[in-house]
Design a binder for this molecule. Structure first.
Ligand code: GLN
Length: 380
């Protein structure tokens, strides 16, 4: 059979590969980003309650009104602006469906979309599926910050959208107020769309404030902002994401969503709506993860791995050049099979596969798991 692949250069994602290898070799899995500790029993009881109460049929296509209302209230509480639940909010099957539906709805063949380099691995293939081009702008090598001069230089008459991601997966870098101002200048002058992936919005460290594009009136007029209850409430398997966008864009995005996932798990939407009434449930996430980051750094301090500061997300980059000069993918495979710890090689996030001898470790784990991994890593 002859198949003209739409993604000829894409294989199975590194997250799936490394988790599978970790399972096969019985390695401690700090590769794919997911927490290994339980969801709050109160939230599980709420899902159960709404199921038993009979809320088991289709929710409305854009999301249950009760959850959209709760998202509007949370957004106002966090960023000082209240989106309209009917016009501006949609509940999605994980953040990835929000990203997929947005790009499929708004990007046409021949368009260019600017992404940062390194970037989360999903953006480029989704852009390519539309017959469009991803144009990478290199982040600064030292701290993974954005050089806005390079962003300006990458803009052509074909550029339709800019994708930003703060806190940034894989680096843990976060955008500052000045970054948002630089982005405002671009959007004000060019009218570009901004897809802002903010799934780690509630995992920001050392007293920093998450700089959501929703804080800015001119940005939110052009922005699609994506977030994730999976990340915030340690339930990545529940596939609960959402997006916030101006009405004119939302009309188009919902056209894709209605023929894709159509609606999202009803009892979970109702449960999360209730749970969001207590702001400590999301405000308390950053300190919990900061403790984990600090614990991981502490148990790793005698190792030869050199940490790169992580300001947000549940990832910690570590440079291993004092241990090996192997290509990072090979080193990650070796580490999984021979040492018993799985991590993600950083080169997979670069358009050209840049290898800086850096691995990404997920610290969303219990202390015993992090200690056991560190013991193995410190022996190198
Ligand atoms: N977002 C997760 C990570 O960065 C991976 C999700 C997935 O496996 N697709 O590790």
């Amino acid at each position: 059979m002859q198949i003209a692949s739409k993604l000829p250069d894409v294989g199975i994602t590194i997250f799936t590969k490394m988790s599978k290898m970790a399972n096969e070799y019985g390695a401690i899995n700090l590769s794919q980003g997911f927490p290994d500790f339980p969801v709050d029993p109160q939230l599980i009881d709420l899902v159960h309650h709404y199921m038993k109460e009979g809320n088991n049929q289709y929710a409305p296509m854009p999301g249950h009104p009760v959850l959209r209302e709760a998202i509007a209230a949370k957004t106002e509480n966090c960023y000082g602006w209240r989106p309209n639940p009917d016009q501006n909010i949609m509940v999605t099957c994980g953040a990835i469906e929000a990203i997929m539906s947005t790009i499929a709805a708004l990007i046409n063949p021949g368009d260019e979309v600017i992404i940062m380099d390194p970037a989360y691995d999903a953006y480029e293939p989704i852009i390519n599926l539309q017959g469009a081009q991803a144009v990478g702008v290199p982040l600064r090598a030292t701290d993974y910050s954005i050089d806005w001069k390079l962003v300006w230089e990458a803009i052509t008459e074909k550029t339709k959208m800019l994708i930003i991601n703060s806190p940034h997966n894989p680096s843990g870098a976060i955008l500052s107020k000045e970054d948002l101002e630089a982005l405002e200048d671009i959007v004000d002058e060019t009218g570009l769309l901004v897809l802002s992936d903010e799934v780690y919005e509630h995992i920001v460290f050392d007293g920093a404030e998450h700089q959501s594009v929703l804080r800015s009136e001119s940005l939110r007029a052009h922005a699609i902002v994506v977030s994730s209850f999976g990340k915030t409430f340690h339930a990545t398997g529940w596939r609960m994401g959402y997006l916030i966008a101006p009405e004119a864009l939302m009309v188009e995005i919902r056209k894709v969503h209605q023929y894709n996932t159509f609606t999202i798990h009803t009892p979970t939407q109702l449960a999360i709506a209730d749970y969001l009434k207590d702001e400590s449930k999301y405000m308390g996430v950053s300190p919990m993860y900061q403790e984990k980051r600090d614990f991981f750094l502490d148990v790793m301090k005698e190792s030869k791995f050199k940490p790169v500061p992580s300001h947000g997300t549940y990832f910690q980059l570590m440079n291993y050049s004092a241990i090996s000069d192997q290509y990072d993918v090979d080193f990650a495979v070796w580490l999984t099979k021979e040492v018993g710890v799985a991590a993600i090689p950083m080169s997979v996030f670069y358009q050209d596969g840049t290898d800086n001898k850096v691995l990404r470790f997920c610290f969303a784990k219990g202390e015993e798991t992090l200690s056991a991994a560190a013991e193995k890593l410190c022996a190198l």
